[in-house]
Write a protein that binds this ligand. Sequence first.
Ligand SMILES: Nc1ncnc2c1ncn2[C@@H]1O[C@H](COP(=O)(O)OP(=O)(O)OP(=O)(O)O)[C@@H](O)[C@H]1O
Ligand SMILES: [Mg+2]
Length: 726
Amino acid sequence: MTIGGKEIEVMGIISPDDFNSGRCFQLGGGSSAALRSSQAVKKCFSNPFKSVCKLSSKENRQKSFQNCKPRHDPYAPNSLVMPRPDNNHQWMFSKNCFPVVDVVIDPHLVFHLRPHQKEGIIFLYECVMGMRVNGKCGAILADEMGLGKTLQCISLIWTLQCQGPYGGKPVIKKTLIVSPGSLVNNWRKEFQKWLGIERIKIFTVDQDHKVEEFTKSPFYSVLIISYEMLLRSLDQIKNIKFDLLICDEGHRLKNSTIKTATALISLACEKRIILTGTPVQNDLQEFFALIDFVNPGILGSLPSYRKIYEEPIIKSRQPSASEEEKELGERRAAELTCLTGLFVLRRTQEVINKYLPPKIENVVFCRPGALQIELYRKLLNSQAVRFCLQGLLENSSHLICIGALKKLCNHPCLLFSSVKEKECSSTWDENEERNLYEGLINVFPADYNPLMFTEEESGKLQVLSKLLAVIHELCPDEKVVLVSNYTQTLNILQEVCKRHGYAYTRLDGQTQISQRQQIVDGFNSQYSSDFIFLLSSKAGGVGLNLIGGSHLILYDIDWNPATDIQAMSRVWRDGQKHPVHIYRLLTTGTIEEKIYQRQISKQGLSGAVVDLTKTCDHIQFSVEELKNLFTLHESSHCVTHDLLDCECTGENHTGDSLEKLPVFRNCQLGTHQQKSDSLKPVSMSQLKQWKHFSGDHLNLTDPFLERIRENVSFFFQNITNQTTAI
Ligand SMILES: Nc1ncnc2c1ncn2[C@@H]1O[C@H](COP(=O)(O)OP(=O)(O)OP(=O)(O)O)[C@@H](O)[C@H]1O
Ligand SMILES: [Mg+2]
């Protein structure tokens, strides 16, 4: 037949089943199962006599086979033995027909491993050995935060470096680990923690230790480098033959056009592992980039992936989708999950809950101070806000208004400084900030000095100050991690520490990368005298272990729930000895409550909001939404509670424990594989199940909350691992 001027010949018929699942489009046109190495494999022709001839001397052959013993006893109790390769794998990879030898994880490591880590190591081993997907050696380990992805990788590296299934010959010689700058030394520490300093020689790149040193020395087998440094040393790195590449916090590779991604893609190494605590399936395009990075070509080209998977899946989710479209989308999503599930592994925090102490999570609604309320009203009445609500201003002007309100919630002195700064700026006259700040200065006392700020001026600061005092008094051995998104706010918090004489340490974007681990270690050490760790969530939210602290206070809220949840996970981790107390401070009735509601409502969960790189700039607001954002609720104890349709009057509503309720993730691949996922914020209905009470409630059993109740209008509380709660 002729279609569009082209002559077409029908060569065969695709079964509806193969078409609907999308299998007919995959490599070789077979089923996805054909990708598994256990199925028929293609192997380039090689001379079948070559290897036999080489070993033709019986003596030689026997000699070399005699040495082929497992490095550790596979039959010892509790031994962790890797799966043996099947016949096809042996046919593909066994050089010189060496006998198959058991690969056994070092018992020294096995002793420490949690069950999920043992499974994870087997999974990684099978992936990088090409035993799960024929001819592909990549994996994504997307376990939630704190599950010990580092230890799983270290176990893999140590094993592959000393052992292999064919004649016991090591599989890898050199490994490249790329991580965010602040985690480079954490990797070094973890290597030392689990393997000591003798077993494996690792090299970390920094200002004083250049890649050349690694290249010249035969001792080192592992190179750890930050993403930034990698770009600078790419030429040298390209000249080194790495056998294994690990990208920590690798979700940053989700955009294949950014420099770091193109640099890493250009490396020849085919055994590639991405580590990330962030769910990877929230955006189908980004998902493709990550999958294509670890296993290039497995999903075909980007245009064909779009046509076969992305478009039908997205179409099927539209309310207007026909039954047929829905069915096709679901089948394609199922096929994609099935295919990628072979080399993507994600376990949730629940698997380590039982090893962790109780976690007491509080959302604390702080009453704003009088000056805050007055300034808030003034800002809402400004011309800039009014123009925003009429849709009259430029696209981004609402962001300026939101920024000002958020600053005010943290402390009025921050707003004062911004106004003063702008007054001096040359662009002030044309700037819409002028419309926003007009007349604001008059609300401040005439002699207002931002450096002499008081705690009473900010509801949250007052609560914070009391909270620190009660922790210091009741738990003198315990420490606090104090988190903010803003350096300026951290300055204020630091000043509060100084005024009260609390010893503190600080990590923010300006902290030298080389010093970061030292600061973290200092704080975690039992000998440290620091009481407070001031942390910028943008600089240190991901990957850090701050188990020295058992109280974590989130001073401000981010649009992106993932930023907050990442920060909150820094203390409730393996190794934590004390019950963990988390306090999330919000100013009652203000924009902070609105942002919180957005985090936990359906709307906030749409799209890829659980992605750390997404900021407020990505959010589109309708005029209706802006109206809601720019409203101050002065008479409510808690607007969030008002929205819950809860019948209680704030009289200690003891909800069910959150643990009983499933928490669902927002996964673009559909509902069929949704699982509990703690990176996703609680939903409105789950929050309703939390214990909650107004600040006026009489019987507060929590001594910490008791001390701050005067400035608090409402609390929500949830305890995880309550059975062991102290
Ligand atoms: N089996 C174990 N026993 C005791 N401690 C462990 C074990 N596994 C990991 N840890 C410790 O738990 C902490 C968290 O581990 P790690 O930093 O590897 O988490 P992660 O999965 O990379 O989390 P994130 O996504 O936040 O980076 C580390 O201090 C690590 O030493
Ligand atoms: Mg990590």
